[in-house]
Design a protein around this ligand. Structure first.
Ligand SMILES: Cc1ncc(COP(=O)(O)O)c(C=O)c1O
Length: 386
């Protein structure tokens, strides 16, 4: 039986006196996270810690696989999404077909993995505008017969634009290219299914909507036994971890490396257990209603908001334009409202635990901020004098 979205709030006691609108950046603290970390410390004090930790890592892989409609053997554990990107292409040879199609809306960490591939012969082509906006059509126009890999964020990290991965994957496959999806801004808050998307690789981490901690990420590989060995390898990517052996397992663990972050593994299982209790279609409807409400209110207040007009094209956050985003973020944080500033936007992210009252509290606080600080605010202005 699925848990009604708002019931999740009872697992997040901090929300009784704070507002968390920042899951696009960091998960809120839950009772389950506290319990998981306490269990980890208990396990640490007992013999057999590594066995318990290995079990948690396996459970984390199983839960992520279930969440995206994959098999556990298709999931590798990596420390972060950037490493997942590296692992997806590390063994690849770039010959005539050597274009890697990415976009200006790519998360910079992933973009750097692609840039590094240029040293090994890939040619990166960036679609989208110079200011980091991209559409599904930009991707469709960018695919050519020389495209070897298309990298698509399921939802863009800055503006919360949800791209039509299935359409892009169809076009990519028709051109003989593979598809890598950065799912970090979708996993845990949007329904995701790798078969419906048609992707060849999908990466997601545990520190945002999955309600865990940073320090662990997953790489889904559609055909792990066809995946060439990576140059970044380690004992946990081998058939016999305890020997110096050249053999790679036929499943996605072949892309694993070294000892995982234990705390992140315990936290990942706790967070994904909470997500597993949710009906993500219902969560999606709820988050869309909240984003619409937030957009309407903020625009009525004269704010500029970047959010796709079509609910189908939205992720779970919107971008409020604010040249001094850190200042506003800090000021709100001091009033118990956590948002996610980045560059010249303040990102406002909603999840299953979010309510209309959260959005109203945010809008009222922003209204107060505007009466106290002019748009010319500069660093330090967040020190409220009143
Ligand atoms: C879309 C997206 N991808 C990746 C990351 C993080 O990448 P990494 O796990 O390599 O730090 C983020 C945010 O931190 C993100 O928003």
């Amino acid at each position: 039986m699925t848990r009604p979205p708002t019931a999740l709030r009872s697992r997040l006691p901090e929300l009784a006196h704070t507002v968390h609108l920042a899951a696009c950046s960091i998960s809120p603290r839950s009772l389950d996270l506290d319990n998981a970390l306490a269990t980890m410390l208990d396990d640490l004090a007992r013999p057999g810690f590594w066995t318990a930790c290995e079990e948690k890592v396996l459970q984390a892989r199983q839960r992520f696989a279930a969440l995206i409609g994959a098999d556990v053997d298709q999931i590798a554990v990596v420390p972060n999404v950037r490493s997942a990107a590296h692992q997806a292409i590390s063994g690849r040879r770039w010959r005539w077909k050597r274009t890697l199609l990415s976009s200006t809306a790519e998360f910079p960490g992933v973009a750097h993995a692609w840039l590094a591939a240029q040293q090994r012969g890939a040619r990166v082509h960036w679609c989208g505008t110079d200011t980091g906006e991209v559409t599904t059509a930009d991707y469709l126009h960018g695919i050519t017969s020389r495209t070897a890999l298309v990298s698509v964020p399921a939802v863009t990290y800055r503006d919360g634009i949800r791209l039509d991965v299935a359409r892009i994957a169809e076009a990519a496959h028709a051109a003989g290219a593979n598809v890598f999806v950065d799912d970090y801004q979708a996993a845990g808050v949007l329904p995701v299914n790798v078969d419906a998307m048609g992707c060849d690789y999908l990466a997601g981490g545990t520190g945002k909507y999955l309600l865990g901690l940073p320090g662990m990420a997953f790489l889904y590989v559609r055909h792990p036994c066809r995946q060439p060995a990576s140059t970044l390898t380690g004992w946990l990517g081998r058939v016999h971890p305890s020997t110096i052996s050249p053999d790679f397992p036929p499943h996605a663990s072949r892309l694993g490396t070294g000892t995982p972050a234990a705390a992140a593994a315990y936290a990942a299982v706790a967070g994904m257990s909470l997500i597993a209790d949710l009906d993500l279609d219902a969560v999606r409807q709820q988050t869309q209603r909240l984003l619409t409400h937030a957009t309407d209110r903020l625009e009525q207040m004269g704010e500029t908001v970047r959010v796709p007009a079509e609910p189908d094209e939205r992720g779970a956050h919107l971008a409020l334009m604010e040249p001094h985003a850190e200042n506003l973020g800090t000021w709100l944080g001091r009033r118990g409202i956590t948002v996610a500033p980045r560059g010249n936007v303040v990102r406002i992210a909603v999840h299953a635990y979010s309510t209309v009252d959260d959005i109203n509290a945010l809008c009222e606080a922003i209204g107060t901020y505007r009466t106290r600080f002019t748009p010319r605010a500069h660093a330090g202005d967040c020190d409220d004098q009143s």
